[in-house]
Design a protein around this ligand. Structure first.
Ligand code: NAP
Length: 489
């Protein structure tokens, strides 16, 4: 891998709005994007006004009819070409994500692969949108069921996986024949801008994808959502903001997809292969510095193996190297901003004040940058705040249980239902967990399971809809039923 010089890379990344195929300045003063490892400014990006948000929607609306008519194979080729260009620029994209978001370079490389796969997967799905044909049961007609692009979409993405969260929405929209306005998180807009430049180079027609970056997030988003020409809102982010956007979306009865927060249980039964469970929990917890909606948030361990498991996990965590993600050997980068460090510190302090015990870590690291030590806590109970809230940081809380019933009760004791992990060598017990855990996804003896070919999404307050897989393109299509008379009657 040959990583680019930081200044040269930043000089290549667009920092303007992308509207109707043109790169344009924002009408408000540009805002800073900072490196969370140093607190220093990387660059400034355009700051859109509400009027510019509507201009972006105008462009998406103007491009919609022609784009829907473009043969699926052509749309597929554009996505495929974009994937090829991304793979050629993988080191640049990885470095850019590390700079603006903080994850270690090796993990950023992993995200280039994962995020890129949505381009390749949906290039393949674009040509497989099928309907159905049949006779009415009464024999009086023929029934045709067809699929059609929904129309202009508004896609809002978070900062934690800045590439994958964008391609997981943009690629199926393009594959289905929908145009869109994308609003990336203000903390990490550069990755999306760099990705959209790649789509432009791959031959995407003007106006199909438009990008607005803004500090006036609600002010720019609300008028787009309220506009009757919009047909779909797809959001990934916190449950609180998702609820607010769902309320706004009721105005025009918009189709919505909501990928929201999580509070994943990681259950280790007494019959688990302990070493595999340790590897699994390390990956499920510390990937992305704990800032993943799928992160193991509550580690539930059978009381008979809790001490041994805790020791093994602590031994790994003690070896972690904290630092800027661009440095060799760093495993724990910064949290995305100081506010995130404050939240993690508050949750740990509350648990410790109420009886939890720090095994490793447990402290914020003085600046520059927004760092918190990789931490293992034991003696955590369901009464602690940390059990009930999404931590979004490198803290692994261990809770013990006595039997399977208690494990299931604890695992489901949350309003969220995105991801669960179970480690057991008892096949029947694993099968029971598939039925009993209230979750959209489950890792049975694995700690990382995201894949472009898998339907990603949650139940309960973790959201509505699925991204990736065959289901992912359906979110951008509507079903039409047509009846014609029986030609033999
Ligand atoms: P967030 O604060 O909800 O922000 C997500 C996006 O929503 C950002 O682009 C943000 O823009 C925008 N936003 C905020 N307020 C808005 C408003 N009033 N109107 C329109 N847009 C608004 O979440 P986050 O802190 O970036 O991300 C962390 C959360 O995302 C966690 O809860 C995590 O679990 C969840 N997440 C879920 C999934 C999943 O697939 N289920 C995946 C990743 C993350 P600004 O940046 O400008 O504020």
């Amino acid at each position: 891998m040959t990583y680019p010089n930081e200044a040269e890379l930043l000089a290549k990344v667009p920092t303007q709005l992308f509207i109707g195929g043109e790169w344009v300045d924002g009408d408000e003063p540009a805002f800073a994007v900072n490196d969370p490892a140093t607190g220093e400014e990387l660059t400034k990006v355009a700051n859109a006004t509400p009027e510019q948000g509507i201009k972006a929607l105008d462009a998406a609306v103007a491009a919609q009819d022609d784009f829907a008519k473009m043969p699926a194979r052509q749309r597929a080729e554009i996505l495929r070409k974009a994937w090829e260009i991304l793979m050629e620029r993988r080191d640049e994209m990885a470095m850019l994500m590390t700079l603006e978001m903080g994850k270690p370079l090796a993990e950023a490389q992993g995200e280039v692969n994962y995020g890129g796969e949505f381009l390749r997967w949906f290039a393949e799905e674009a040509v497989r949108v099928n309907g159905r044909y049949g006779q009415t049961p009464e024999g009086n007609g023929q029934m045709i069921v067809s699929k059609h692009p929904l129309g202009p979409c508004f896609l809002i993405t978070p900062w934690n996986f800045p590439l994958a969260m964008a391609t997981r929405k943009i690629a199926p929209a393009i594959a289905a024949g929908c145009t869109c306005v994308v609003k990336p998180a203000s903390l990490t807009p550069l990755t999306t801008l760099f990705m959209v430049k790649i789509l432009e180079e791959a031959g995407l027609p003007k106006g199909v994808v438009n990008v607005v970056t803004t500090r006036n997030t609600g002010g720019v988003s609300s008028p787009i959502i309220a506009d009757r020409r919009l047909r779909k809102l797809s959001f990934t982010g916190s449950t609180g903001v998702g609820q607010k956007l769902m309320q706004e979306a009721t105005q025009n009865v918009l189709r919505t997809s909501m990928e929201l927060g999580g509070n994943a249980p990681f259950v280790v039964f007494e019959d688990a292969d302990l070493d595999k469970a340790v590897d699994g929990v390390i990956a499920a917890k510390f990937r992305n510095i704990g800032q993943a909606c799928t992160a193991a948030n509550r580690v539930l361990v059978h009381e008979s193996i809790a001490d041994e498991f805790t020791q093994k996990v602590a031994d790994v965590v003690k070896g972690y190297k904290l630092g800027r993600g661009t440095e060799e050997g760093v495993t724990i980068g910064p949290l995305v901003e100081q506010k995130a460090v404050d939240k993690v510190a508050e949750l740990v302090d509350d648990a410790v004040a109420n009886g939890a015990e720090i095994v490793v870590g447990g402290k914020r690291v003085e600046g520059p940058g927004s760092f918190y030590e990789a931490t293992v806590l034991k003696n955590v109970t369901p009464e602690h705040k940390i059990f009930n809230e999404e931590i979004f940081g490198p803290v692994l809380p261990i809770v013990t249980f006595k039997d399977e019933d208690e494990a299931v009760r604890l695992a489901n004791d949350t309003e969220y239902g995105l991801m669960s992990y179970v480690f057991t060598e008892d096949f029947k017990r694993g099968q029971r967990m598939i039925d009993l855990l209230e979750t959209g996804m489950m890792g049975l003896n694995v700690g990382v399971l995201s894949n472009a070919a898998a339907p990603f999404g949650g139940v309960k307050m973790s959201g509505i809809g699925r991204e990736g897989s065959h289901e992912g393109i359906e979110e951008y299509l509507y079903t039409k039923y047509t009846m014609t008379p029986n030609p033999f009657a």
